[in-house]
Design a protein around this ligand. Structure first.
Ligand SMILES: *[C@@H]1O[C@H](CO)[C@@H](O)[C@H](O)[C@H]1NC(C)=O
Ligand SMILES: *[C@@H]1O[C@H](CO)[C@@H](O)[C@H](O)[C@H]1NC(C)=O
Ligand SMILES: *[C@@H]1O[C@H](CO)[C@@H](O)[C@H](O)[C@H]1NC(C)=O
Ligand SMILES: *[C@@H]1O[C@H](CO)[C@@H](O)[C@H](O)[C@H]1NC(C)=O
Ligand SMILES: *[C@@H]1O[C@H](CO)[C@@H](O)[C@H](O)[C@H]1NC(C)=O
Ligand SMILES: *[C@@H]1O[C@H](CO)[C@@H](O)[C@H](O)[C@H]1NC(C)=O
Ligand SMILES: *[C@@H]1O[C@H](CO)[C@@H](O)[C@H](O)[C@H]1NC(C)=O
Ligand SMILES: *[C@@H]1O[C@H](CO)[C@@H](O)[C@H](O)[C@H]1NC(C)=O
Ligand SMILES: *[C@@H]1O[C@H](CO)[C@@H](O)[C@H](O)[C@H]1NC(C)=O
Length: 395
């Protein structure tokens, strides 16, 4: 089944007739008037769009029973394709998430050059200027609590070798968002690394005292180390210690995201001149012996005192990128479902936090890290698989 690129194309035409929102015999429904597909379960309601297989809204009831939309996105699905900033809102970066040094890599002695879409052509970010989250995926299934998207990424697209076929499934269960991403290299060996690039503000921008996430508390209990980067955030090959009480220490105890923003040590932490976080923490799970990622963890916990909403993230992935939105500047709008009356309806600096479960960034250019089996896939190999669950609770 996986080996055929034909399946999603067939499914796409079969589904065209269900675009009006009426259920088909197998329970599939089309998008709503905003172009969004809703799924729900006890305590959780979410919408998704084909563009980037992105999450667009995520509603959780806060400590006072008020529904809060805690992810960034746009009100209308059609806006994603025309938005000039394209901050990868809630999508699946692919086929290789994060940065690729010099936009090159080598597989079996062959050098490949991929689309250099960042820093004036110095590197590749999130799979190139037409990476997966710039494209409309196909909706292959949609039920009351689950949606599956597919994409066929052709040989040579953005410079990557070989065709990749991928299925992204989002399922909600009580108070939980479950993610399963599967990808197959059907014709040639190629790098594959996916993630979910969701931006969070657990206050839904409704906290009268702050529109930032500075007071959100983050805990990364397994992350005593992080990947060292240069001043344009390209991994430089080093693995750095997050010493206790240092600005990158989120392991020794939970800490507010903004707790160290005034420390001199944080300058340039997220690139040249940048104060904040845009870093890949390692997830050292093996320290306590064998583990089942579904039950042991979480690898990360994010909580806000204002809404009381807490996320516990469980995953099979070995790295965790955190971006605390130092690059936001008020140009991105919030949604009609968010905000506080009288305050500008935009995302300001530090107004959000992105948390990306993924593998060691740019591992394809660091063979000494020995990530090949997790990042290079060819025909006949087991598929690339990413699984995660985001469990919500209210304090
Ligand atoms: C969303 O945008 C589309 C295309 O621009 C438009 O046809 C539709 O009416 C919009 N939906 C709403 C609810 O504004
Ligand atoms: C929030 O609570 C209201 C009232 O009990 C309920 O109707 C709604 O479904 C809840 N929302 C979510 C996302 O669970
Ligand atoms: C994606 O689909 C939307 C809704 O049908 C459409 O408005 C948009 O132009 C499409 N974008 C791309 C990049 O194909
Ligand atoms: C960087 O890329 C260029 C061409 O894209 C290539 O000629 C050069 O060898 C690469 N440099 C390194 C250090 O890989
Ligand atoms: C749903 O049913 C339609 C026709 O009834 C069919 O064409 C389509 O392939 C089915 N989709 C799935 C995911 O089973
Ligand atoms: C945020 O936390 C700081 C101390 O960590 C505290 O002084 C401030 O009052 C808090 N602000 C809000 C809005 O909770
Ligand atoms: C960072 O903030 C924590 C919590 O307030 C504090 O214990 C620690 O000393 C700070 N570290 C630096 C380098 O400022
Ligand atoms: C959360 O609020 C409680 C009560 O208002 C306060 O005691 C506590 O210090 C706050 N925690 C944080 C992390 O702001
Ligand atoms: C704000 O950020 C956007 C996107 O990064 C950028 O294009 C724009 O020039 C910035 N605006 C200002 C006023 O700095």
């Amino acid at each position: 089944m996986w080996a055929s690129a034909v399946l999603p194309l067939v499914a796409a035409s079969a589904f065209a007739q269900y675009s009006t929102g009426s259920p088909s015999p197998n329970g599939t429904t089309g998008p709503d008037a905003d172009g969004k597909y809703e799924i729900s379960a006890e305590g959780i309601r979410a919408t998704f769009i084909p563009y980037g297989a992105s999450i667009s809204n995520l509603f959780i009831n806060d400590t006072n029973g008020i529904e809060r939309d805690i992810v960034l996105g746009f009100d209308n699905a059609s806006h994603y394709s025309v938005d000039p900033f394209h901050p990868h809102l809630g999508g699946v970066p692919g086929r290789y998430a994060n940065r690729i040094k010099n936009s090159t890599f080598t597989i079996d002695g062959v050098d490949y050059h991929v689309d250099a879409n960042e820093n004036g052509g110095a590197d590749t970010l999130h799979g190139g200027s037409d990476g997966w989250d710039f494209r409309n995926f196909t909706v292959v299934a949609h039920t009351a609590d689950s949606i599956t998207f597919s994409i066929v990424d052709p040989d040579g697209k953005e410079g990557f070798p070989g065709e990749v076929v991928s299925y992204i499934t989002y399922t909600v269960t009580a108070f939980t968002w479950n993610i399963k991403m599967v990808a197959l290299a059907t014709t040639k060996k190629t790098p594959i690394m996916l993630s979910s690039h969701t931006y969070w503000n657990l206050d839904a921008f409704a906290n009268p005292e702050t529109a930032t996430t500075d007071n959100h508390t983050l805990h990364l209990p397994y992350s005593g180390q992080r990947i060292g980067v240069d001043n344009i955030l390209i991994p430089d090959g080093t693995i750095l210690p997050n010493e206790k009480y240092s600005v990158n220490d989120f392991w020794s105890s939970p800490k507010q995201l903004g707790a160290n923003y005034s420390s001199p040590d944080i300058k340039n932490n997220c690139g040249f001149g940048c104060v904040g976080y845009d870093n890949a923490w390692l997830v050292n799970r093996a320290q306590n012996g064998p583990y089942d990622w579904r039950n042991e963890g979480p690898v990360a916990t994010l909580a806000s005192n204002f809404t009381g909403i807490q996320i516990d993230i469980f995953t099979d992935q070995d790295a965790f990128q955190v971006y605390s939105c130092p690059g936001q500047n008020g140009s991105l709008p919030i949604k009609s479902t968010q905000g506080y009356e009288g305050r500008p309806r935009v995302v300001e600096k530090y107004g959000c936090v992105v948390m990306e479960v993924e593998d060691w960034i740019d591992g394809i250019n660091h063979p000494e890290w020995q990530r090949e089996k997790k990042q290079i896939f060819g025909p006949g190999d087991d598929p690339y698989v990413l699984e995660a669950k985001y469990v919500f609770s209210v304090n």
